[in-house]
Design a protein around this ligand. Structure first.
Ligand code: 9D3
Length: 248
């Protein structure tokens, strides 16, 4: 997959090309990255690409002409690239959407700064607007990098253990269970006996129960839209029963 970022801060993306799983995959040629800086298409010698908003108000707006030139250049390199604008006005990113994006041959990710971009870039191009959640960050670069990281780890041959992608939280719609490793005793806290019992059916049931409990208390919204298996339903019933018997 080829990802092109349109950004005033190309150097930020070295976090993805240089480190961790995404960095190793990049070195192995599993994905390609190029950055286009709209500043190179500025029509003035000082390289300004922003201007004051019509109608007044605080902050600056990224101008349409240099952004359109950058988009055109990106399309030239990646004609089949899906165009994405990281934006607080977009639909919040979901794992299902990440999985769909992982099937694209190329992505062109536009990162905004200042108060945003001239609306005519959005109306004049086929652009998908994507947010990363209901909180404010300073620009589109970190959101773009989060999207890219999520997509890249789903590309074929990236994760060492292919199972970890399948068993992720959100992939199965429940939060993950607690995990433990050595040592068995850590201060006053010990590893739950069941995990050292060697009884794999019992371990699987314990893990599923923990996942259901956590999802019920921390993210009940996830359970609303999820179809439960008969085993999950009966475990959940038991959990709710216990809650009524021992009120916290
Ligand atoms: C006062 C209006 N604000 C819009 C919600 C101004 C504003 C805040 C932050 C304008 C741009 C930004 C920069 N944010 C992004 O570019 C961004 C973002 C975000 O702030 N939150 C969640 N997802 C995203 S994707 C891009």
């Amino acid at each position: 997959m080829h990802i092109q970022a349109i950004t005033l801060f190309p150097e930020m993306f070295t976090a993805l090309t240089g480190s961790g799983i995404t960095g190793r995959a990049y070195k192995h040629g599993k994905w390609q990255f190029t950055a286009i800086n709209p500043r190179q298409y500025a029509d003035n010698p000082l390289g300004y690409i922003d201007d004051r908003p019509f109608g007044g108000g605080p902050g600056m707006i990224m101008m349409a002409p240099p952004l359109q030139s950058a988009i055109n250049a990106a399309k030239e390199t990646c004609p089949q690239g899906k165009l994405i604008y990281m934006s607080p006005q977009g639909k919040p990113l979901t794992h299902a959407q990440v999985a769909n994006l992982a099937n694209e041959p190329a992505l062109i990710v536009l990162c905004g700064r200042y108060e945003g971009i001239d609306e005519r870039i959005l109306s004049g191009n086929n652009i998908t607007e994507i947010s990363i959640g209901d909180f404010v960050v300073s620009g589109g670069e970190l959101p773009a990098m989060m999207l890219m990281d999520a997509v890249i780890r789903l590309l074929p041959g990236i994760l060492g253990d292919e199972r970890s992608a399948v068993e992720d939280s959100f992939v199965n719609g429940l939060l993950d269970c607690p995990h433990y490793t050595r040592p068995v005793e850590f201060g006053q806290q010990t590893v739950p006996d069941v995990l050292r019992s060697g009884n794999h059916a019992l371990i699987a049931q314990w893990r599923l129960t923990q996942s259901l409990k956590r999802t019920l208390t921390r993210r009940p919204d996830l359970l609303v839209n999820r179809v439960l298996t008969p085993q999950e339903s009966s475990l959940l019933q038991k959990i709710k029963q216990e809650e009524r018997e021992i009120p916290s």
